[in-house]
Write a protein that binds this ligand. Structure first.
Ligand code: PEP
Ligand code: MN
Length: 339
C-alpha cells in the first residue's frame, strides 16, 4: 500500500500517518520526493480500506499496490531513483559508463585498465576479484588482493569501483574496497545474500538472472529495498533462450519495461549480453537509445590474453570509439554522457 501525502503536508501529519500505518502492522518505508512524501507500507493491505487513510489530514491519496513487489514499484517513487556515489549519479540525466576487465589479473593489468577506462571518459572501474566461473577449474579471481589492486588503480585515475560479491561472508571486504557491490546473474535469487545486502548502506548493482523474468528481477530488488537499502541499480545482461548465435539473448525491451514498472535505475551489460566483442558496440548503442541509465562493459588492455571473457572484451580503442558514438546518441534521446 502507498500513501501519497499532500504537497504541503506537515511533518506532524506525515508522522501521524506513519503511526497509524504501524498500528495496523505495516512496515513503513518513507520516500521524500521533490513534491510529495510517499509512504510505502508493507503489511496486511488486503485487510485495509484505503479510505481510512485518505480521510486523514495531509493525505492526498492512498492506494493498494497490486504488483507482488511494492518498494520496487514505480508508484513508490514516481519521479525515479537517482543513486548517488561520490560525484556520480546513476538514474539522472547523464548516462554512466562502467568499464573494465572481467577479472583483476595483476597490478599491471588493472593499472593499464584503469588508465584506459578513465581516458575514455568512463566513471566507474569494473572488475571481478571473486569470480563465479562455470567450471571450478577456471581462474577464480585474486580475492582480497584483487580488490586492493583495483582500489589502488581506481584511486590513481579518479574512478569509482564496482566489484562482485558472491556470498554474505564477503560483504565486509567488498564494502571496504568497492563503491558499488555487484550481485551476479547466478546470485540474483540468493535470497540470504540479498537480505544481508539490504542491511548495507552502499549501492548494489543487481544483475538479472540467466533465466529470470523481469518480475523476478524486481522481486529480488525488493529483498534489498525491504531491508532499507534503497540504492539499487538493476542490470540487464542477457537471458538464456533457444538462440545460440550469441552467448545470451540481450533483452533490450527489459529497459523500457523496467522503466515503466519500477523507479530503479537500469544499466545494460552488452558484454555478457552478447558474448562477442563485435556485437558489444551495436548493443551498447541500442541500450542507450532504449533509455539505459548506464552501461557495464568489459574492456581489456590485451583481450587476447585475458584470463576470463577475452572474446567479449573490447580492445582499448574500441571503448574510445564507443564513447564517441554514445556522445552523439545520448543527446538524441534527451540524455548526455557523464564524464
Ligand atoms: C561479470 O560481470 O563479470 C559477471 C560474472 O557477470 P554475470 O553475473 O552477468 O554473468
Ligand atoms: Mn565477465
Amino acid at each position: 500500500m502507498i500513501v501519497i501525502m499532500d504537497e504541503g503536508a506537515t511533518e506532524l501529519q506525515v508522522q501521524s500517518v506513519i503511526d497509524r500505518m504501524m498500528e495496523k502492522e505495516f512496515t513503513v518505508h518513507r520516500s521524500t520526493g521533490r513534491i510529495h512524501t510517499v509512504l510505502g507500507g508493507v503489511g496486511p493491505e488486503d485487510e485495509i480500506d484505503p479510505v481510512e487513510f485518505e480521510v486523514m489530514d495531509g493525505v492526498k491519496e492512498c492506494r493498494r499496490i497490486v504488483s507482488p513487489y511494492k518498494l520496487a514499484s514505480r508508484h513508490f517513487r514516481p519521479g525515479g531513483t537517482v543513486v548517488r556515489v561520490g560525484n556520480v549519479e546513476i538514474g539522472g540525466p547523464r548516462v554512466v559508463m562502467m568499464a573494465g576487465p572481467c577479472s583483476v589479473e595483476s597490478r599491471e593489468q588493472i593499472q593499464l585498465s584503469a588508465k584506459l577506462v578513465a581516458k575514455a571518459g568512463a566513471s566507474v572501474l569494473r572488475a571481478g576479484a571473486f569470480k563465479p566461473r562455470s567450471s571450478p577449474y577456471s581462474f577464480q579471481g585474486l580475492g582480497e588482493q584483487g580488490l586492493e589492486l583495483m582500489r589502488e588503480a581506481a584511486d590513481a585515475n579518479g574512478l569509482l569501483v564496482i566489484s562482485e560479491v558472491m556470498d554474505s561472508t564477503q560483504i565486509p571486504l567488498l564494502a571496504r574496497f568497492a563503491d558499488i557491490l555487484q550481485v551476479g546473474a547466478r546470485n540474483m535469487q540468493n535470497f540470504s545474500l540479498l537480505r544481508e545486502l539490504g542491511k548495507l548502506r552502499k549501492p548494489i548493482l543487481l544483475k538479472r538472472g540467466i533465466a529470470a523474468t523481469i518480475e523476478e528481477l524486481l522481486l529480488s530488488a525488493e529483498y534489498i529495498l525491504s531491508g532499507g537499502n534503497y540504492d539499487v541499480i538493476l542490470c540487464e545482461r542477457g537471458i538464456r533462450t533457444f538462440e545460440s548465435a550469441t552467448r545470451n539473448t540481450m533483452d533490450l525491451s527489459a529497459i523500457p519495461v523496467v522503466k515503466k514498472l519500477s523507479h530503479l535505475p537500469i544499466v545494460a551489460d552488452p558484454s555478457h549480453g552478447t558474448g562477442r566483442r563485435d556485437h558489444v558496440i551495436p548493443m551498447a548503442r541500442a541500450a542507450v537509445a532504449a533509455g539505459a541509465d548506464g552501461l557495464l562493459v568489459e574492456v581489456h588492455p590485451d583481450p587476447d590474453r585475458a584470463l576470463s571473457d577475452g572474446a567479449q572484451s573490447l580492445r582499448p580503442e574500441q571503448l574510445n570509439e564507443l564513447m564517441e558514438q554514445l556522445r552523439i546518441i545520448a543527446p538524441a534521446v534527451g540524455r548526455a554522457m557523464a564524464g
